[in-house]
Design a binder for this molecule. Structure first.
Ligand SMILES: [Mn+2]
Length: 447
């Protein structure tokens, strides 16, 4: 069957990412299919936050379904330019009569083909009858470089075949070199394969209109559509499985299929689908919400919040709140909400203090909101009768934090994070309150 890509719409939202990853997981788990989740554009801040929180890798970026050279490349063994032609001869006998010759630095030198070999021999022998007595063994001792076609076309592994069609057709030879982005040898491609490449197998989730799909959809082989939007679907040559249902999220449909298979998604995948559903239905408050979405949230919550899950200490409500907040950055939220939404109180060394944390996808946001956040932090300290308070603004993309401190005691002067001109501190590589920041603060307070 080969690899199948499961992909959502362009400008992907969290439901699109979740449905692609959730369905790819189900196809692998239930059917043993080689299904890979993909995305048709950059992740939005909410999806970045959710994937980070759950410890999941971002799905593969796939902007365009047009076949690329990687679909037709054959990774043939190589000979070195200075090695005897015998080496290339051995390889050519095992392939279709072609041997790539590659320099010591990994760049291709050329191809030994039937035509190049014939050209070489006729050049050696010419029309001298005496030289026709030359033995094959002598010829095979000559260096590969002498019998190479160095003019063979080179194509980029990731390049679209369609964009190179006229060059492919104009080529003298039938075999081409395929190189990676750095220009290093990857393999060889035959003209006939390039002219008839296998189509990319696609399953569309969370959309069905070609206008919302990745580019060159018409060049792909569409296997299935699973969606909850209005119809505007592409036509196909053969019947496909097509599901469009009136529910609040595609994640709901995926969770139903997982349940129907008698399976339960592992906590990170369930947490991702839960985020997709909560985000599309605005925590089940949007008018698109149905009873099936409510059941899905219950079911996904059961799987996602299990012991040992990355979000085991949250509830459906608190998780949903964080998911929706993660989409908005600092700008869309009032400072009181930012400092209060993820707040922990501590006592140590005779001090009572708070550490609040907020996750952003870009620390530059902090510069615009620093003053009002500092004011909200002071206010929080006063109202809770604390000695001091810290706000940890964590960049979940780059994995660093900046700290705002208010009324910190002299003992914290030695905190090992350099102060910036605006008075905040830069905690490079620090993302965990529990495991990184708190032990440092406790160490100083109790010293
Ligand atoms: Mn959706």
């Amino acid at each position: 069957m080969g690899r199948i890509y499961v992909i959502g719409h362009v400008n992907p939202d969290t439901d699109s990412i979740a449905a692609a990853m959730g369905y790819a997981w189900l196809l692998r788990e239930r059917d043993g299919t080689d299904a890979q989740a993909a995305r048709a554009g950059s992740l939005n801040p909410q999806s970045i936050w959710v994937l980070r929180k759950l410890g999941l890798e971002s799905p593969l970026l796939l902007n365009d379904a047009s076949p690329r050279f990687e679909a037709v490349v054959r990774r043939l063994d190589t000979a070195a330019p200075d090695r005897p032609l015998r080496d290339a001869w051995t390889i050519a006998n095992r392939t279709w009569g072609v041997a790539p010759v590659v320099n010591a630095d990994g760049t291709p030198y050329g191809l030994v083909t039937g035509a190049s070999l014939f050209g070489f021999i006729s050049h050696m022998v010419g029309n001298h009858p005496r030289r026709q007595e030359m033995r094959l063994a002598e010829i095979l001792e000559m260096p590969c470089r002498d019998a190479c076609d160095t003019q063979a076309a080179r194509f980029q592994l990731g390049g679209r075949i369609r964009d190179s069609l006229s060059r492919i057709l104009r080529q003298e030879g039938d075999d081409f070199l395929v190189v990676n982005e750095q220009g290093y040898y990857v393999g060889v491609c035959r003209q006939r394969d390039a002219l008839n490449p296998p189509r990319l197998k696609l399953i569309l989730v969370d959309h069905n209109e070609p206008g919302q799909a990745l580019g060159s959809l018409e060049e792909a082989e569409l296997l299935e559509v699973l969606d909850h939007h209005r119809l505007g679907n592409a036509s196909t040559h053969i019947p496909i499985r097509f599901t469009v249902d009136i529910v609040g999220s595609t994640s709901t449909l995926i969770s139903e299929r997982i349940e129907e298979a008698g399976l339960s998604a592992p906590p990170p995948i369930a947490g991702l689908l839960l985020a997709g559903c909560l985000s599309d239905t605005l925590r089940l408050t949007s008018p698109t919400t149905t009873d099936r979405d409510r059941s899905a949230v219950e079911r996904l919550g059961r799987w996602a919040l299990a012991k040992g899950s990355p979000i085991e200490d949250l509830t459906i409500n608190s998780y949903g709140e964080q998911v929706l907040n993660a989409g908005s950055g600092l700008a869309a939220r009032n400072p009181q909400e930012v400092v209060n939404s993820d707040l922990k109180l501590y006592e140590a060394g005779g001090f009572r203090f708070a550490i609040a944390q907020v996750e952003v996808t870009d620390l530059l946001q902090l510069d615009e909101h620093r003053q009002e956040l500092s004011a909200a932090l002071k206010d929080l300290r006063d109202r809770n009768g604390l000695d001091f308070a810290i706000l940890m603004v964590t960049d979940v993309v780059r994995g660093s934090s900046r700290l705002l401190l208010t009324n910190e005691p002299p003992k914290l002067m030695d905190i090992p994070y350099p102060p910036l001109p605006d008075g905040s501190r830069l905690a490079e590589g620090v993302v965990s309150r529990k495991k990184q920041l708190l032990p440092v603060v406790l160490g100083l307070l109790e010293s």
